[in-house]
Design a binder for this molecule. Structure first.
Ligand SMILES: O=c1ccn([C@@H]2O[C@H](COP(=O)(O)OP(=O)(O)O[C@H]3O[C@H](CO)[C@@H](O)[C@H](O)[C@H]3O)[C@@H](O)[C@H]2O)c(=O)[nH]1
Length: 493
């Protein structure tokens, strides 16, 4: 159905240089194109009445281009050179998954500021921009947008649950009051959500460090301050999934309005006819054999020690389930046992390539996802109706795991030996929980629950009627009016 239109929008997107942040914003580009469709005067049927410019850097450009390869008529990609000579960062590294260690996150993120002058120079020469959506980690883009009087919306990869808990813990200084001494693993009630308990180790240290100073804290504050001055926040989630937390207002005057427009994985491009990769053929074979498969993957930034990787390998072997494991490491080299892959070959496949994770999760053979609970992975699993075995490792992942296990009841949590997030997971814990979720009663309940959320996810994006669809319509109308007012006031001046 064609929607009534005002004049076309030109939207600028600027993703942060990390796959977990870039992928959802590129999917957002796709959603914008799908959303604003008008009947063309020619015989082309419906065409988007919007065009999108994506800013990136040279080494990230191929990934961005291939993601948007079927919508090139409505998208433009501009690369700005990434700075060189940043202490600790090897030359040519322009994405967090290529960093030797995530401890370089602060200098890497700070370095993006040197893109600002050229970004502004380029903006000056672009057709009129209706609004900019840039990653919250690119705090300086607010200043650029303000110079050109363009509304800026911040995008964070986080959901409303994690955002609400972080806000509540910060506002109430749960771990930072001078007189408070709380151990890392002691559960504490979250003031605004009396039924939720968090441990200090489940939160990012910038929230719990009583000193509230240092490079990480200063960077975090820059993100928060620029977000608070933004027009709004784009959230990759949907209202029905976490309504209590979407509605939560941490302060009297609120902050920038959050707009739930997801789940963005549902706007992924349709797969062209292609030669199936070996792992999809393997999953097809498992379907024929009637063997359910556990999918194992920990996103693009997880740092797993060799000792832990070895324990995962043996835990998977002990569980006796069929598994597809995507990992960048050479498992046999790490465990020091040539023949491991051969030994498990009939039941297990290990893949070291970049895969289309959404395609894997959508495959009929996949029944459970052992995941670090990065928000994209967790939400992709929910949308595919797959229960999660949650093993959070860093950032807001522990909170995503709590959402999955405690609120939504769509999975189980892997426990470390000492109860801390960075702690060690033994093979028995892994194989026991895998079997419980793949074969036990808990698995059945989790599956039933997650299938309901998968259904709600589809409805949220239903054209015209879905909650996320309507949110984006309202936002576009609002921004359209603000652009027109802006033009009139410029003419009057
Ligand atoms: O071979 C691969 C590997 C990854 N992916 C995709 O890459 C994305 C990974 O994102 P996510 O699951 O969120 O993991 P991270 O890369 O770890 O994401 C970072 O960014 C997320 C969004 O802000 C946060 O929730 C995480 O904590 C943070 O680590 C997902 O869309 C995956 O489908 C693939 O398609 N193929």
């Amino acid at each position: 159905m064609a929607v009534s239109q005002s004049s076309p929008h030109h939207v600028v997107l600027f993703p942060y240089m990390s796959k977990g942040h870039t992928i959802p914003l590129l999917r957002f580009a796709r959603l914008l194109l799908r959303h604003r469709r008008v009947i063309s005067d020619s015989d082309d049927g419906e065409v988007p009445s919007i065009f999108v410019t994506v800013f990136t850097t040279p080494k990230n450009q191929p990934f961005v281009s291939s993601f948007l390869s079927d919508v090139t008529s409505y998208t433009k990609i501009i690369s700005l050179p990434f700075p060189e000579n940043i202490t600790g960062i090897p030359p040519g590294v322009e994405s967090t998954d290529k960093l030797p260690s995530m401890s370089l996150y602060v200098p890497f993120t700070r370095a993006t500021k040197s893109l600002q002058p050229l970004f502004e120079e380029t903006l000056k020469n672009l057709p009129q921009v209706s609004f900019i959506v840039s990653d919250g980690f690119l705090w300086w883009t607010l200043e650029s947008a303000a110079k050109f009087e363009i509304p800026r919306l911040a995008f964070y990869g986080m959901n409303s649950y994690a955002t609400a808990i972080y806000s509540s813990v910060s506002v109430h200084q749960l771990f930072t009051k001078p007189e408070t001494v709380i151990s890392d693993t002691e559960p504490v009630i979250v003031p605004d959500f009396q039924w939720i308990r968090v441990k200090k180790c489940e939160l990012d240290p910038v929230i719990t460090d009583p000193n509230q100073s240092g490079p990480s804290f200063e960077l975090f504050m820059d993100h928060i301050l620029s977000t608070n001055k933004s027009h709004g926040v784009i959230r990759n989630s949907y209202y029905e999934l976490e309504s209590t937390f979407v509605d939560f207002k941490p302060r009297v005057n609120g902050g920038p309005k959050p707009w739930c427009v997801g789940p963005l994985c549902l706007v992924d491009s349709p797969k062209p006819e292609y030669d199936k990769p070996s792992w999809i053929n393997w999953l097809d074979r498992k379907r024929v054999e009637g063997r359910p498969v556990l999918y194992v993957a920990f996103g693009t930034q997880a740092e797993i020690s060799n000792e832990q990787l070895k324990e995962i390998a043996f835990g998977l072997e002990d569980s006796k389930v069929n598994f597809l494991w995507v990992t960048r490491k050479d498992v046999e080299e790490v465990i020091g046992e040539v023949g491991f892959e051969d030994r498990v070959r009939e039941r297990g496949m290990i893949v070291r390539d970049w895969v289309d994770q959404w395609e894997i999760l959508s495959h009929e053979s996949v029944k459970v996802f052992l995941s670090h609970c990065g928000w994209n992975s967790a939400q992709e699993s929910i949308c595919a109706g797959i229960p999660l075995l949650a093993w959070p490792m860093m950032a807001e992942q522990p909170l995503n795991a709590k959402l999955v296990v405690e609120e939504l009841k769509i999975g189980l949590r892997i426990e470390t030996e000492d109860g801390s997030i960075k702690g060690f997971v033994i093979r028995d814990e892994l194989s026991r929980k895998v079997k419980e979720l793949m074969e036990g009663e808990m698995g059945k309940t989790a599956r039933k629950n997650v299938e309901e959320y998968a259904e709600m996810a589809k409805e949220a994006l239903a054209p015209g009627s879905g909650s996320s669809w309507k949110n984006l319509s309202t936002l576009l109308e609002e921004l359209c009016k603000s652009r027109e007012t802006n033009c009139v006031s410029k003419i009057v001046k």
